[in-house]
Write a protein that binds this ligand. Structure first.
Ligand code: DGY
Length: 323
């Protein structure tokens, strides 16, 4: 008998038929994202599931007694309760590498749009207005040649550093749990401790995974250290930042602007003050959202799940769950 799986995503026919070669497959056909409650109803008899961001905790695993593999269609896996998954021998996988360049592109999009005020000026024009050549109120700041500080020098951090060094002639600092000597040699980036990086950077990009150690890594003290002219970018996870402190820093002019793809609570609350601030560019968590990359992520997450269920070597088991 084929293993039974649930795909809580909208995948192409090609990807689904690959899964169907090996598994009995049920697919989410509702609009948008499946809710946790809806998914809990679906997984009772399943051996594998593909999803993003839904918390895999005791309640989830109790409802799915036959589950062997949870395949995350994302590089982040902060939705995994690693301790309980480990104690129940659940295989947990993610989709690294295939999204590095798309996320790095988006980070540059956020840097450019917040520095050059692209979204704000787009709105201005649509309101039927036009700037005067000499009106400084719509001037931005340069990205080219400035100093960039990257917190979290994983593969995505490196892809950002490459763009900064070779495309924008930036001076690049990084902070990471451990030094990356090879990256320093290859890209000419320099390691700094967090305080020094915050003090010296014109752009601070937060690109670290969400863990116990990185929860609210950026708070009031950290924003206070940044330059008043600096721009803060977050494309990691919302909970790596104390959002209230960020809002305060943006309102009080402690920092110049921010570009955000992620929020403490997602979907973002409509009453969140960030929505009404002009000096912030906000996107609905779409770091990897290009046709090419999402298709690669769909294929990779499917392969991860299928290989785990047919007993082949699974390429992307997250490091904490490897034997
Ligand atoms: C991920 O895959 O974890 C990223 O958040 C994509 O946007």
């Amino acid at each position: 008998m084929k293993p039974r799986v649930y795909v809580a995503k909208h995948f192409s026919k090609e990807v689904i038929s690959y899964i169907e070669n090996y598994c009995e497959c049920e697919v989410w056909e509702g609009e948008g994202e499946i809710s946790r409650e809806e998914l809990l109803e679906k997984i009772e008899d399943k051996n594998g599931v593909i999803l993003t961001s839904i918390k895999i905790d005791k309640e989830f695993l109790d409802r799915a007694p036959n589950l062997k593999v949870v395949s995350n269609m994302s590089v982040g896996y902060d939705n995994f309760d690693l301790d309980i998954m480990k104690s129940r021998n659940i295989i947990g996988t993610n989709t690294p590498e295939v999204l590095d360049n798309s996320v790095a592109d988006l980070v540059f999009g956020l840097m450019l749009s917040s520095a050059r005020r692209i979204v704000e000026c787009d709105k201005y024009l649509r309101e039927g207005k036009w700037k005067s050549q000499y009106d400084e109120s719509y001037y931005g700041i340069d990205v080219y040649g400035k100093t960039l500080g990257i917190i979290g020098m994983g593969r995505i951090g490196e892809a950002i550093a490459k763009r900064a060094k070779f495309g924008f002639d930036m001076n690049v600092f990084y902070h990471n749990r451990s030094r990356k000597l090879e990256t320093e040699g290859n890209l000419g980036v320099k390691y700094l401790d967090l305080q020094e990086l915050l003090k010296r950077s014109d752009f601070v990009v937060l690109m670290t995974p969400l863990t116990r150690e990185t929860y609210r890594l950026m708070g009031a003290d950290e924003f206070r250290v940044m330059k008043e002219t600096a721009i803060f970018i977050n494309a990691s996870r919302g909970q790596t930042v104390d959002e209230k402190a960020l809002i305060e820093a943006l309102k009080s002019g402690q920092i110049r602007a921010a570009g955000l793809d992620v929020y403490e609570k997602e979907p973002i609350d409509i009453n969140n003050e960030l929505i009404n601030l002009n000096n912030v560019v906000i996107l609905p968590h779409l770091g990897s959202a290009t046709f090419e990359t999402r298709n690669s992520m769909a294929k990779l997450s499917s392969e991860n799940m299928v290989k785990a269920l047919i007993g082949e070597r699974v390429p992307n088991i997250v490091k904490e769950l490897k034997e």
